[in-house]
Each structure stands twice: as C-alpha cells, then as structure tokens.
Design a protein around this ligand. Structure first.
Ligand SMILES: [Zn+2]
Ligand SMILES: [Zn+2]
Length: 394
C-alpha cells in the first residue's frame, strides 16, 4: 500500500529532515539574498541524483518522474526566505545570522519538501506522472519570488495540472492540517499618503491650512470604501497604522504622512477600490484647501484554492491522517505570494499544524519567539508525497 510505504519512509528520514530544518533555521537569509540556502538545496538535490534548473536567481526547480506511464504533472512548492527579526528563542539551532530569523517557518517548508523529494525518488518505480519541485525565494518581499518564477516559466515545460503548497500554522496543533476550498487569503496593497497643507502658529488657524484636520476627515471618509462601497459579501480591510503629524501643541505642520494597507478578495473590486480611495482622499484635501499625494503599491493578489483540487486533496489528507486530524479553515486576511500560482493554475494551499502548547510553542509567525513543533515535519514530508502521488492518479 502506497500510504503505508510513504508513512514508513517519512519515519525513516525524519531525523534527516529535522537536521536540515535546524541547519536552515540557524543560517537564515533575507528575501532575494538566499544564496547559501539555495546552495544547500542544490547540494541536497545532487545527493538525490536530481537535476535542477535555476530561476529568479536563488530559486530551484527539479523534476521527479515516476516510472509508470502517465503524462500528469503536479507541482509542489516550498519557500525559503527569512525575515529581518532578531530571534529571541534560546535553542541549539538559534539563528547565527544576527537580526535575521526564520520566523515564518520557511525553513520547515524547505526541509519538508527536500524530505518529500527523498520519499518520491525512492518510490519512483511505483507511481506514474511527474512531480515538479519548486523551491522558491523571496516570499516575504515584493514583488514576490512566485511572480518572478512564473514569469521565468516555472509553470511551463511541463505545465502542472495542480500546484500544491503548505504553510506552518502555530494556531493548529502539530499532527493536524487545515484546508479551505475557494477564497482563502487576501490581496494586500500598501498605501502611502502625504497630506499637504500650510503650517504655522496654532493660534492663527485662519492663516494656515491644517493638514491634521484634513487627515482626520480623510481617514474617516476612507472607511466608507469598506462600509459603503464594498460588497458586504467580499471581505475588505483598510487600516492605517502610521500617521505622522510632526507639529507641536502650538505648531500646525505643513504636512501629514500616512501609511496603510488595503486587503480584499476580488481583483475587480480591488482595482475599483484603488481609484475610489484616491479620488476620495484627493477630493477632501482639495475641498479643504490642501492637497494629497495618494500612492498605492500593489502587493500580492488574493489566494484562491481551486474547489475540486482542494476537495480531493482534503480527502487524501483524511486517508493519510484520519478525519479527526483534518480541519476546515476560516478565511485569513494575510497575504501570501503563493496567490500568484493560484491566479494562473489550479492550486491548493493548506496549513500544517505546528503548535505544541506543552512545550510553549504557541507564538505567531513573524514574532521573535516563533518556533515549530518539529514532530510535525514527519507529517509534512509524508503527506506532501502522498498528495502528489494521489493527485497524479496513482
Ligand atoms: Zn511570512
Ligand atoms: Zn510564510
């Protein structure tokens, strides 16, 4: 039985997967600078006798061809970059690159996919179809490694019928996974605004154009985009986390600077909202005698898990680890560059539980105390291999 064989292999290679994860964890590299990480992956692929192609500088793509006849192709994706965070964990595998940390679990994703590759290469004679391994750089930074790899042809020669990715989730216990069919994660755009007025003595407002008051109106009015213009059925978030008016009790400043984020799950609405926000802000500033530079830096699109693929992957996960260990996820307004694959190919992005409360492993991703319960890596390697062979029709 394929399932038992994969489970046995996942067990056999588990120590190796953990060692690889720890190596990557202690040698984190920032987005677009994953040179050593990429070399490490290349070395491991060499050891497996797999050839690979480089893409988007530090990205690697390799194929594992099953020996049974089939022209089906499935792609498995892992990201590899770390974050500019100073690690606060006191662990033997603590980051040796001060100020850089694998705080989003991409070390776990990469070591898992290397483990999956090992399982699949040793099972090559027992399945049909091709598994495309995508080791992707720069998930954490615009324009995102996924968009670059797609531009460089990662989804061609051969074209996969399905792209599957997994991501650690510290809110789910290790030993469990979570799926959601349909819209799952949001698009995320960065907003940079400068509201311009005319500063002066706060005791003489009639001689000034107060950009602070203009900003107050703009901030309030912009919430209409979410509460009045957005379709209530389409999740939308608009938050401004930075508002700088550098005046004083008695000084009205010349300008106010704002930074925010707009997130939603519909590309047409997203484009429309950009226009509406800009128009609203500029109109308000102008009507109050000031002006406004409203700039939007487009981020990742929304992530959609193809319904049929996700339903079948969920079903295979139930086969692999039992109904009680497969959860249904809610939508999540964070962004992820896997979304680019999901916009052009049938894709499924699922969550791997990595929480262990008894060991204090509960911190959110992107925090200095984030860690993963490593026992989850036996599941992550085996499940990915199982999903691949089943998705290929074996
Ligand atoms: Zn992240
Ligand atoms: Zn991540």
């Amino acid at each position: 039985m394929m399932k038992e064989k994969i489970q046995e292999l996942a067990k056999t290679i588990f120590d190796d997967v953990v060692a690889n994860r720890r190596h990557l964890h202690s040698h984190p590299e920032l987005s677009f600078h994953e040179v050593e990480t990429s070399a490490f992956i290349a070395k491991k692929l060499d050891e497996l006798g797999l050839t690979y192609e480089r893409m988007a500088d530090n990205g690697l793509v390799a194929l594992i061809k099953g020996e049974k006849p089939s022209n089906q192709v499935v792609a498995l994706r892992a990201d590899m970059d770390a974050l500019p965070i100073l690690e606060a964990n006191d662990v033997p595998y603590k980051s040796q690159n001060t100020g850089v940390m694998h705080a989003c679990g991409h070390d776990a994703h990469t070591s898992s996919l290397l483990g999956t590759a090992k399982i699949l290469t040793s099972l090559r004679s027992e399945f049909g179809g091709t598994v495309k391994l995508i080791f992707q750089p720069a998930e954490e930074k615009l324009p995102g490694g996924a968009s670059l790899m797609i531009k460089e042809g990662v989804l061609q020669n051969p074209t996969p019928q399905a792209v599957i990715g997994q991501h650690v989730m510290p809110f789910i216990d290790a030993g469990k996974v979570g799926f959601r069919a349909g819209k799952y994660m949001a698009s995320a755009d960065e907003i940079y605004v400068t509201v311009k007025g005319k500063g002066g003595h706060a005791a003489q407002p009639q001689q000034n154009i107060d950009p602070v008051l203009i900003t107050a109106h703009i901030l309030t009015a912009l919430q209409q985009v979410v509460s009045r213009f957005a379709d209530p059925k389409t999740p939308s978030v608009l938050s401004f986390g930075k508002v700088i008016a550098n005046g004083a009790t008695n000084v009205i400043p010349n300008e106010v600077y704002l930074e925010g984020t707009f997130r939603t799950m519909d590309e047409a609405w997203r484009a429309e909202a950009h226009i509406k926000m800009k128009k609203l802000a500029e109109g308000i500033a102008e009507s109050m005698g000031g002006s406004c530079d409203f700039n939007i830096m487009k981020g990742y699109p929304f992530l959609v898990n193809e319904e049929k693929l996700t339903a079948s992957a969920r079903g295979f996960a139930v086969e692999y680890l039992g109904e009680e260990n497969v959860l249904d996820l809610d939508i999540w307004m964070a962004a992820e560059d896997f979304a680019y694959y999901s916009q052009v190919a049938d894709s499924c992005f699922y969550r791997l539980g990595t929480r262990n409360e008894s060991r204090g492993i509960t911190s959110s991703v992107h925090t200095p105390t984030f860690d993963v319960e490593e026992s989850a890596l036996q599941l992550s390697t085996g499940l990915m291999a199982y999903l691949a062979v089943k998705q290929l029709g074996n």
